[in-house]
Design a protein around this ligand. Structure first.
Ligand SMILES: Nc1ncnc2c1ncn2[C@@H]1O[C@H](COP(=O)(O)OP(=O)(O)OP(=O)(O)O)[C@@H](O)[C@H]1O
Ligand SMILES: [Mg+2]
Length: 538
């Protein structure tokens, strides 16, 4: 709860109120605890307060239960009792200004980036490439750069790989070893990600992160919620997305030094996924970004079950800590509990380790940074209830908020620029170049299929519906389909499958036609029987 220019997070049994100082929010934070102990509610309490004080927020909603932030919370008896117990009187249940985003463009405004923005390092992680293959991917980017071939969407990368694979000896002389085997392995990896729907994330218009750093006209920070329920099922894609975002913020935002309140706060739920099987160099990069992004006024909060899920080098940068209960049954869990407890400044009034193991739901041991950036002594507290709705948002409201958002139209219409795919195509058929450019112009003016591909009954205008059995993912517009073998230019459309009468639908027959058909069928059967009889007699 935002009050007295600070964030009231919890209250101890003795009535001491624990505040997070917004000046210290760019020193990052950690919310940890076993499942069901109150991490998501704590995340909401913080996110609501940042929004109320005019700080935009980003959070990934992996279970769908964060979406309720667009509705006011229920003042149930349990909640009001909790507030009375905590001695909080000026509490108001209210909704936050929420913008929903979704990589799959189903539950929010589409989010995309380009292949070149993602870069070879993160793409290698997404494609789970070996070191040698990563080296080749680096060269693919270098060659594309040198030859002015833009890598924007998935088909650009695919056709670039085919192109280089076909000329590997030529390029090996100039750039170093590019084997057909490595190119083939990268292509197979591309196919796997494509099958998992990962290609949806690449294209234009790509997300301008400034669009997330916005406030409402009455000065409240927008809460940008990424619908990550599906994305989370593909952990590598989820992790890559979050890492890309962090990197983008780091590169794009100017230095600001320490501010009275952060410019933006990011909450990374299920943060352990960022680091599972991550190569050392990537962990080093995250550590570096987290360290340096502080001076750009960005606060990052990691949410995970155990602090030990997060590499020490990153953990060391998380100054504000809220630790919910940890249960320790196995030796590994006991070790985790010990290390979680030891990271707090001791409070002589209680033993931190015992406290963490005995905390109830919605309780935590807490330590924030003081004015001078020093960790305060650990306290045991009950966390405030959320001001917003605890649970999933009403689906109609979510869609209404999405469709009425000015960004919806902008990001829904995909643009397929003249890039590597088209360039390679027109090189093999120069006459097609002009046509490819024309096609590009046409696509710019036409609405994309994604515009019509929402799975909801709620729609302000009627739109074509696809049978739900066939609809697993929003369909890609024609321009998004993978290139034909041998890099065919876009202008050369793949031949349409010939329409069979069954597909086209036969015109209905008249009664006399039906009678004639039946007579012919009967005569045919008689003739068949007679012939069979003759043959048998023989
Ligand atoms: N601060 C709180 N005030 C009121 N109720 C709370 C609070 N914290 C937790 N709860 C209750 O506990 C439930 C579980 O909390 P929450 O969903 O935040 O747990 P979690 O740690 O995020 O679980 P998971 O790991 O499964 O995501 C909530 O639905 C709510 O009923
Ligand atoms: Mg949760």
């Amino acid at each position: 709860m935002f009050t007295e220019d600070k964030i009231l997070v919890g209250v101890t049994a003795e009535g001491k109120r624990l505040f997070l100082n917004p000046r210290m929010a760019n020193r990052h934070g950690l919310i940890a605890g076993a499942t069901g102990t109150g991490k998501t509610v704590t995340l909401k309490v913080l996110a609501e307060s940042f929004s109320d004080m005019g700080v935009p927020v980003f959070l990934a909603d992996v279970k769908g239960d964060v979406s309720g932030m667009c509705q006011p919370g229920d003042a149930t008896e349990k909640m009001t009792q909790r507030l009375t117990q905590l001695g909080v009187s000026n509490f108001s249940f209210h909704a936050c200004p929420v913008r929903f985003w979704d990589v799959y463009a189903k539950h929010g405004i589409p989010v995309r980036t380009t292949i070149s923005e993602m870069g070879p390092m993160l793409l290698s992680r997404l494609l789970e490439l070996t070191q040698v293959q990563e080296g080749v991917l680096n060269l693919v980017f270098k060659i594309a750069d040198d030859e002015g071939k833009y890598l924007i969407d998935w088909k650009d990368l695919r056709s670039m790989l085919i192109y280089i694979g076909n000329r590997n000896q030529e390029y090996t002389l100039k750039y170093g070893n590019i084997t057909k085997q490595s190119v083939g392995a990268i292509q197979r990896a591309l196919l796997q990600v494509e099958t998992a729907g990962g290609e949806m994330f690449f294209g234009e218009p790509d997300l301008q992160l400034e669009d997330w750093i916005q406030c409402t006209s009455d000065g409240r920070g927008y809460v940008n919620i990424l619908h990550a329920v599906e994305l989370y099922r593909k952990p590598v894609l989820y992790a890559t997305f979050l890492l890309w975002m962090l990197g983008e913020l780091f590169e794009r935002l100017p230095e600001t030094g320490d501010l009275d309140k952060p410019k933006m706060v990011f909450f990374f739920d299920e943060a352990h996924l960022l680091f599972t099987d991550a190569p050392k160099v990537l962990v080093q990069k995250v550590e570096q970004v987290v360290r340096l992004i502080r001076s750009k006024g960005v606060g990052v909060f990691f949410i995970s079950q155990k602090p030990s899920d997060i590499p020490d080098s990153v953990l060391a940068q998380l100054g504000n800590r809220i630790q919910h209960a940890l249960r320790a049954y196995t030796p590994a869990e006991q070790k985790s509990l010990k290390s979680a407890a030891s990271s707090f400044r001791k409070n002589p009034a209680f033993d931190t380790e015992t406290a963490i193991s005995e905390l109830g739901t919605g309780e935590a041991v807490v330590s924030f940074l003081d004015e001078k950036g020093r960790p305060e002594i650990v306290e045991m507290a009950k966390i405030l209830p959320p001001a917003t709705y605890l649970g999933e948002a009403d689906e109609k409201l979510r869609m209404e908020l999405t469709r009425n958002n000015p960004f919806f139209r902008r990001y829904s219409q995909t643009v397929d620029r003249y890039s590597a795919y088209e360039m390679i195509g027109s090189e093999s058929d120069p006459a097609a170049e002009e046509e490819a450019r024309h096609q590009e112009e046409m696509r710019r003016v036409k609405p994309s299929q994604q515009d019509y591909d929402y799975d909801y009954d709620y729609a302000p205008t009627p739109r074509p519906r696809i049978p739900s059995g066939q609809r697993q993912m929003p369909q890609m517009p024609r321009s998004k389909q993978p290139p034909a073998p041998k890099s065919a230019p876009t202008s050369k459309k793949a031949p349409e499958p010939k329409e069979t009468p069954a597909k086209r639908g036969r015109p209905k027959k008249t009664t006399s036609e039906k009678v004639t058909d039946s007579v012919i069928r009967t005569l045919g059967k008689c003739l068949e029987r007679t012939l069979l009889g003759i043959l048998k007699k023989k």
